[in-house]
Design a protein around this ligand. Structure first.
Ligand code: 5AD
Ligand code: SF4
Length: 447
């Protein structure tokens, strides 16, 4: 048995990073690393970083600054703290990270995690300044065994697709995660079955462009996401299936039909639109118009009338006028989002839009505040519409107050209720008593 060691992995950014962090922990387990939730107790710290906006990337350097103190204190007591940077900042900045923060022992890109144990071993043996930001052709996850020892969370993530070919003018994803690639159907099904055996009741299929999924099926044909979801629905014990994030242009008819026909497919869809004016959408290279997006939403709601629509917005894209921003507000109002994320445009090095003249920060901030007020209001309306209803909740976390559990509604709302701890991991009928902006309060309904 290798000597026991401890690794602290911190995830930034999207759910794909949360999944990747779990898999990094799995990859390191055979080398004797146990995952801990505090860097103070770790022999190895890995920051799994996000490069989507400037703020996200800068957080990494602040964290490295804090780790410096810890590392120095450690060195004074004769022990070493190894530090690695993984994820999209690692991919995008590579050697620049070592230059800015020489404390870092290794840099590993999102496609090379299966090589993490070897890198960690080399660092233990005294190597420094290692970089692996290659895009190997093999599927990294085929080289990482899920650790069977741990129970899965009631609601688990499963990455089925990575990367993106859309090249929106603002986005680093095609550069950091690479072009679109789908995992084969058999691998996804195996992993899903293993998750369910270990206690997962709900699986969220992840991909930067998940509805572009086209993994190779056992019949050698490329399977659509809808077909994959159909096969997953046959796994006994898997009660709920979700997927995120989707692009409007990949919202295929069979996927829309699956929402009408498959009760295990949850009525929640994250479908970013980014902006409401056609000129801006074109400049963003989105490949759709406001009108085509709204028509798509209509078709989706015709298939599944209670569908909760979620979205992403960017305000202050280069050249955005007040009238164009108004079109974004109008589009948001027309959709009535159940919830949504909105961001100030942040120029990313290497992307086409970063070259253009930028709008002043005050304009971006002011537009963001107006859009968020609209989105918050719609979210409150959506939540309030459930008060008095009996709904199913999958409890997956202890609640904030003792005696409470927190779970998710079919529409992905957080739901709090007084509930005994043995209902954790179960789908339970509750009645919604009150609606907050970000969550619902409910009581158990006697069976
Ligand atoms: N600036 C601001 N927001 C961005 N996003 C992606 N790139 C940028 C950027 N350069 C947002 C988009 C995307 C979400 C994941 O992050 O809205 O859908
Ligand atoms: Fe980025 Fe999404 Fe556009 Fe792909 S579709 S380039 S991931 S914003």
């Amino acid at each position: 048995m290798p000597a026991p060691k401890r690794v602290f992995i911190k995830s930034y950014g999207c759910q794909m990073n949360v999944y990747d962090s779990e898999r990094m922990a799995d990859a390191l387990a055979p080398s004797g690393y146990a995952r801990v939730d505090d860097p103070e107790h770790a022999d190895l710290v890995v920051l799994n970083t996000c490069h989507i906006r400037e703020k996200a990337a800068e957080k990494v350097y602040s964290e490295l600054g804090r780790l410096r103190a810890l590392s120095q204190a450690r060195a004074a007591s004769g022990r070493r703290l190894a530090i690695g940077v993984a994820g999209c900042v690692a991919q995008a900045e590579g050697a620049e990270i070592l230059r800015r923060q020489p404390l870092v022992d290794f840099v590993v890109g999102p496609q090379a995690y299966h090589r993490l144990p070897k890198m960690a071993a080399r660092v233990e043996a005294g190597a420094r300044g290692l970089i692996d930001t290659e895009f190997p052709t093999e599927d990294k996850f085929d080289h990482i065994g899920r650790s069977a020892a741990h129970r899965a969370a009631p609601s688990a993530f499963l990455t089925v697709q990575e990367g993106c070919d859309k090249f929106c003018a603002f986005c680093v994803v095609p550069y950091t995660r690479g072009v679109e690639a789908s995992r084969p159907v058999a691998r996804v099904l195996d992993e899903a079955r293993a998750l369910v055996r270990r206690g997962a009741v709900e699986i969220t299929l992840l991909g930067q462009n998940v509805n572009a999924y086209h993994g190779r099926g056992p019949d050698d044909a490329a399977w659509s996401l809808a077909r994959l979801i159909g096969a997953l629905s046959e796994i006994e014990g898997l009660a709920r299936i979700r997927y995120t994030t989707s692009h409007p242009n990949d919202m295929a008819d069979d996927l829309i039909a699956a929402h009408a026909e498959n009760p295990r497919l949850m009525p929640y869809l994250h479908l970013p639109v980014q902006a409401g004016a056609d000129r801006v959408l074109k400049a963003m290279n989105r490949g759709h118009t406001a009108e085509s997006y709204l028509r798509l939403i209509e078709r989706i709601r015709a298939a599944r009338p209670d569908m909760a629509i979620s979205g992403d917005f960017i305000v202050g894209f280069p050249g955005e006028t007040e009238a164009e921003f108004q079109a974004t507000l109008d589009l948001a109002a027309a959709v009535g989002y159940a919830q949504a994320y909105s961001f100030k445009y942040s120029p990313r090095p290497g992307t086409p839009a970063a070259q253009a003249e930028q709008l002043p920060e005050e304009i971006k901030a002011e537009r963001l505040a107006r859009l968020q007020a609209r989105l918050d209001m719609d979210q409150a309306i959506f939540n309030a519409s459930r008060v008095g209803d009996e709904i199913d909740v999958l409890f997956d976390k202890p609640g904030r107050a003792t005696g409470q559990l927190t779970g998710r509604s079919p529409w992905l709302q957080a739901v709090h209720a007084e509930a005994p701890p043995d209902l954790m991991g179960r789908i339970v009928r509750v009645r919604v008593e009150e609606a907050m902006r970000n969550s619902l309060g409910a009581v158990l309904v006697a069976a």
